[in-house]
Design a protein around this ligand. Structure first.
Ligand code: 2BA
Length: 109
């Protein structure tokens, strides 16, 4: 058995959970925050049999888009004439960041 942990953009999370349910996969959604952009994203935990991993990865791939996002670097607050307004930079986010981990034991009571 494997645990798939997928970090996706909030904009894709509803579509992805519908697609997973439609294909009879069970998933748990957690509200999460990216360390770099410090904005919300969604983390899915999906427990599956080994032979189902590729099917789930296909569903994730087909439902999560790559998007460009503007980030403004943190402004130095020195208050001197050396202060400057940093220009926003564009980063590419997604489609999804996925970890596939072995499950040592699974119980469902
Ligand atoms: P964030 O940490 O908010 O990162 C958002 C996007 O910013 C990343 O997209 C990447 O394009 C860029 N980025 C992140 N760290 C950077 C850095 N040090 N320098 C330059 N650009 C950087 P993704 O790679 O698609 O990641 C989307 C989200 O997935 C991340 O949000 C984070 O929540 C998660 N993630 C990505 N890699 C991870 C990892 N190795 N471990 C845990 N979570 C990860």
């Amino acid at each position: 058995m494997k645990l798939i942990v997928a970090i996706v953009q909030d904009k894709d999370s509803s579509r992805l959970s519908h697609a997973l349910v439609k294909s009879s996969f069970r998933a748990t959604k957690l509200a999460s925050t990216g360390g770099f952009l410090r904005s919300g994203n969604t983390t899915f935990m999906i427990g599956v049999e080994d032979e189902q991993v590729d099917e789930v990865l296909d569903i994730i791939r087909n439902n999560c888009k790559v998007r460009d996002q503007l980030v403004t670097p943190i402004t130095p607050m020195s208050g001197t004439t050396e202060s400057y307004m940093p220009l926003p930079v564009e980063v590419q986010v997604g489609g999804a960041t996925v970890f596939v981990m072995p499950v040592e034991r699974f119980e469902h009571f």
